[in-house]
Design a protein around this ligand. Structure first.
Ligand code: SF4
Length: 373
């Protein structure tokens, strides 16, 4: 069996719960403690036999991993150390106002070499709409602290499609990123109204509006601005300067196996997808307990490949569109609906036996993927 080169660790703690967020998270209470770190390491110990000697990527997401104390981060990385080499991409998701220079230096010293900073916006009104608990100034200070601590690989998360967000406010955010902060990587996510969130209820009641034309314009504005500033648009939501593309995300998009550790974390290994219990207290008691096991069929993998690879700069291999149950040739696919009609509408392009989204198609990636499935 081939070893697994990618590992994700879910840290579910947030000081403040954002009303649009659908991730498994909660306030730390008394749970961000030694026993939580011990549970992660005990799960790692129980499942490490699948891992490669050294990981290609390790990603700490959440939640807010930067909320962990320096002592807990050090304890966690003592256990992770054997799996990390100088070449491993080690990312930590961080929020502004959750670390100071001393903690940032420790994060760098223990082996974290990439930070994904959750900024979302630098605008006071937009941050208020999103219910974030930091200011634009906090975000800039956090970025400078990371630079001072020696982080050269920093990604900034921004958000668009937010009610009240005008093109000029969005432009200010993009300008701050490219002219002032100059990170190597930017992620731009559009706000979506997810199940079981306060925002979905407020959206359904008509309080928070959605406007597809505005969203598409803000999306194109980001592409134009970031590409002009030298960022490659290598996935619908992700832009990187050369050499700063996220290797961890690429592993997901290309269907690589990964081990997930922590409450609610998902693993996909050798055709089995398993999910750990999304309940931190019970996770600490039983770190290896899984709530769901699903065997992925070839057809499942094909559908996931369409949904994810179509979003990437490398495009989707055209034979992925053929159902695994029926024989088909590339010529048949090219003549089939919806490929032919979407090509004529200028939503997709076919080159080198791959399907690529055009500029117009990028704004409609999800419905296009559904049509191809
Ligand atoms: S900080 Fe991040 S993970 Fe936590 S609630 Fe807000 S969006 Fe969700």
């Amino acid at each position: 069996m081939s070893p697994v080169f990618h590992c994700y660790i879910h840290i579910p703690f947030c000081h403040h719960i954002c009303p649009y967020c659908a991730f498994y998270k909660h306030k730390p209470g008394k749970l961000a403690n030694d026993a939580f770190i011990a549970a992660i390491l005990s799960q790692l110990d129980a499942e490490k036999s699948v891992l490669a000697e050294k990981l290609d990527t390790l990603y700490l997401g959440g939640g807010t991993p930067s909320l962990l104390s320096a002592v807990h981060l050090e304890a966690l990385f003592r256990g992770l150390r054997p799996f990390i080499s100088p070449e491993t991409e080690v990312t930590l998701e961080a929020n502004p106002a959750t670390f100071d220079l001393k903690k940032a230096r420790i994060m760098r010293e223990i082996g974290i070499n990439r930070i994904s900073l959750g900024v979302q916006s630098f605008q006071t009104g937009i941050l208020k709409t999103l219910g974030r608990d930091h200011s634009g100034e906090d975000a800039k200070i956090a970025f400078e602290i990371l630079r001072e601590a020696g982080f050269t690989n920093i990604s900034i998360d921004l958000m668009f499609s937010i009610p009240g967000q005008t093109e000029s406010l969005w432009q200010e955010d993009l300008d701050i990123v490219t002219s002032e902060l100059k990170p190597g990587h930017v992620s731009c996510y559009n706000l979506t109204y997810e199940e079981d969130t306060e925002f979905l209820k407020r959206h359904e009641s008509g309080e928070l509006d959605e406007n597809e034309d505005r969203d598409a314009n803000l999306f194109y504005q980001a592409i134009d601005h970031l590409e002009a500033a030298g960022f490659g648009h290598y996935e619908i939501s992700n832009y990187g300067q050369s050499g700063f593309e996220s290797r961890h995300n690429r592993a997901y998009w290309t269907g690589k196996d990964y081990l997930g550790l922590g409450p609610g974390a998902v693993s996909t290994i050798h055709g089995i997808r398993a999910k750990a219990l999304p309940d931190t207290a019970r996770f600490v008691e039983s770190p290896t307990l899984k709530t769901e096991h699903e065997t992925l069929t070839e057809e499942d993998r094909r559908i996931e490949a369409i949904a994810m690879q179509l979003r990437t700069r490398e495009g989707l291999r055209i034979n992925r569109v053929c159902s695994t149950n029926e024989p088909c040739s590339i010529e048949t696919v090219l003549r089939s609906n919806p490929i032919e009609s979407m090509t004529q509408q200028g939503l997709i392009e076919i080159r080198d036996e791959r399907i690529f989204l055009t500029r117009e198609g990028k704004a409609l990636a999800d419905p296009i993927a559904s049509a191809l499935i």
